[in-house]
Design a protein around this ligand. Structure first.
Ligand SMILES: COc1ccc(N2C[C@H](O)c3cc(S(N)(=O)=O)sc3S2(=O)=O)cc1
Ligand SMILES: [Zn+2]
Length: 248
C-alpha cells in the first residue's frame, strides 16, 4: 500500500495513456471475464466540465458495478466521459500498435472496499478502474444517439442537463477481449491510481455523431468560443510495465 506522496506524479513511473504494442502484451490465463452490471436508473446528469462532457452516476450504493477481470473486488461506476480529435485522423488517448482512433470512451469506477469515497479512491493505489473503449467511424450508434441529442444543452463549460435513464452497457463492444495495465489519470491530478482495462474491439459511431462532440465548447457562455476538440493527453513512456491481455 502506497501513501499519498508515493502516488505523486512528478517523475511518474506509471503514467497514462500508452501505446499498447500487441506483440509485447502477455496473455494472462488467470484473467477472468469482466462482469458488468450497470443499473440505468443510477444515471444522474450530463455536464460540460470544460475538459470533456461527463455523465455522472449515483455511486451511493453497489448498484452499477464491475467485477472479475483483473479485479480483486467490485468497483462502483462514478462517471463516464470521452476524448476526441478535431478530425477523424486522431482523438483517442491510448493507441494499439500506434493506431489511433477518432475517439475514446472512459468509464470511471472506484473501489468502495478500500475507500469510503470517490475523492479518497483517487489517491489510493489502484483505487480507480477505468474501462477504455475505442470509437471508430462506421455505422450509426443508436445507443450513443440519446447522449448526442443532449449535447446542445451542455454546449458551454459548467452547463448541466438532467439525464435520467441511460445504460452505458450499450456502449460496450460485445467482444470480451481486453488489455490491462497499471496507469494514471490522464488529466490533472494525473494520480497513479488507475487499473486500466482497454477493450480490444472498438464500437462504431457515424460522422454526424462525432461532429456533435466537436460542437461542444471548452469556454463558458459569454467568453470567446473555443471548440472542445483534441482533449487527449499525449502518449506516456511505458517504463517498467507489462500490458497483460485476456486473450491469446
Ligand atoms: C481531486 O478531485 C478530482 C480529481 C479527478 C477527478 N476526475 C476528473 C478527471 O477529469 C478524470 C479523468 C480521468 S481519465 N481520463 O479517465 O484518466 S478519470 C477522472 S476523475 O473522475 O477522477 C475528479 C475529482
Ligand atoms: Zn478520460
Amino acid at each position: 500500500k502506497k501513501n499519498n506522496s508515493e502516488l505523486s506524479v512528478s517523475g511518474g513511473t506509471r503514467q497514462s495513456p500508452i501505446n499498447i504494442q500487441w506483440r509485447d502484451s502477455v496473455y494472462d490465463p488467470h484473467l477472468k471475464p469482466l462482469k458488468i452490471h450497470y443499473d440505468p436508473t443510477t444515471c444522474l446528469y450530463i455536464w460540460n466540465n470544460g475538459y470533456s462532457f461527463q455523465v455522472e452516476f449515483d455511486d451511493s450504493a453497489d448498484k452499477s458495478v464491475i467485477m472479475g477481470g483483473p479485479l480483486e473486488n467490485h468497483y462502483r461506476l462514478k462517471q463516464f466521459h470521452f476524448h476526441w480529435g478535431a478530425i477523424n485522423e486522431w482523438g483517442s488517448e491510448h493507441m494499439v500498435d500506434s493506431k489511433v482512433y477518432p475517439a475514446e470512451l472512459h468509464l470511471v469506477h472506484w473501489n468502495p472496499v478500500t475507500s469510503t469515497s470517490f475523492e479518497e479512491a483517487i489517491m489510493e493505489n489502484n483505487g480507480l478502474v477505468v474501462i477504455g473503449v475505442f470509437l471508430k467511424l462506421g455505422a450509426h450508434h443508436a445507443g450513443l444517439q440519446k447522449l448526442v441529442d443532449a449535447l446542445p444543452a451542455v454546449k458551454h463549460k459548467d452547463t448541466i442537463v438532467e439525464f435520467d435513464v441511460f445504460d452505458p452497457s450499450c456502449l460496450m463492444p460485445s467482444c470480451p477481449d481486453y488489455w490491462t495495465y497499471d496507469g494514471s489519470l490522464t488529466t490533472p491530478p494525473l494520480t497513479e491510481s488507475v487499473t486500466w482495462i482497454i477493450k480490444k474491439t472498438p464500437i462504431e459511431v457515424d460522422q454526424n455523431q462525432l461532429e456533435e462532440f466537436r460542437m461542444l465548447l471548452f469556454t463558458s457562455a459569454g467568453e470567446e468560443e473555443k471548440r472542445m476538440v483534441d482533449n487527449f493527453r499525449p502518449l506516456q513512456p511505458l517504463m517498467n510495465r507489462t500490458v497483460r491481455s485476456s486473450f491469446r
